[in-house]
Design a protein around this ligand. Structure first.
Ligand SMILES: Nc1ncnc2c1ncn2[C@@H]1O[C@H](COP(=O)(O)OP(=O)(O)OP(=O)(O)O)[C@@H](O)[C@H]1O
Length: 206
């Protein structure tokens, strides 16, 4: 059983306070959807949750311990997929997946990468340089990480952007399975998502 908690979080960007006194607690099997208008600080909050940004006030705790003091053991439990796809143009889909996984500490062989990309509907595209893939296909390459990572906590910034209805359904099923198996997800999306049978909470930023 794991818990991610945000306590009295305040975010300041430049000279603006984006949000303050944000509190939440997310447990095993739970999904938290972060909502709010453009510029309300959703990405900023997600970056805080993965330790890429520091709250001006408040703290973030994993199993009761402040994430900054956990360092590597927290990062080993978490996968963050940012809204900019992070796919490198000159690498093939397979290379992109293998390298991004390795950078996150998970070595996968070519066969496993191949299987994950096939599952994401990229069969036959695995050896093309990413620059010739469509926007939705590039997004699918990024999301293939979720099939090979073995982390409890997924932090996903606009994962459904640019996806067609088939891919949206694929990702929703993947998220449902992850939650059913004791995972946790924090995500932003401007789209409606349909994930059933899980503890869902919404965190609204002003
Ligand atoms: N380094 C920075 N310096 C100053 N302002 C910043 C900086 N980084 C982000 N901001 C501002 O903080 C605000 C919140 O940005 P953020 O990306 O967190 O919003 P968001 O809720 O994710 O928006 P969207 O729905 O458009 O993705 C924006 O107005 C942005 O311009």
């Amino acid at each position: 059983m794991s818990t991610l908690q945000g306590n009295k979080l305040t975010c300041v960007r430049g000279d603006r306070k984006l949000f303050s006194d944000v509190n939440f607690s997310l447990e095993t099997g739970g999904l938290m959807q972060v909502q709010g208008r453009n510029g309300s600080g959703k990405t900023s909050l997600l970056r805080m949750l993965c330790g890429l940004a520091t709250p001006a006030h408040g703290d973030i705790r994993w199993d009761g311990v402040e994430i900054r003091s956990l360092g590597g053991s927290y990062h080993g439990a978490m996968t963050y997929l940012g809204h900019l796809s992070g796919v490198k143009d000159d690498l093939t889909a397979i290379e992109n997946l293998r390298i991004s996984s390795a950078l996150a500490g998970v070595e996968i062989d070519e066969r496993k990468a191949h299987e994950a990309l096939q599952h994401m509907g990229l069969g036959g595209r695995e050896l093309l340089p990413a620059k010739v893939l469509s926007q939705g296909q590039r997004r699918r390459v990024t999301l293939a990480r979720l099939l090979v990572c073995q982390t409890v906590l997924w932090i996903l910034d606009e994962p459904l952007t640019a996806l067609d209805t088939t891919a949206v359904k694929l990702i929703q099923d993947l998220m449902e399975r992850h939650l059913e198996h004791g995972g946790m997800i924090v995500m932003t999306t401007h789209q409606e998502i349909e994930i059933t049978a899980v503890a869902t909470q919404r965190l609204q930023l002003a």
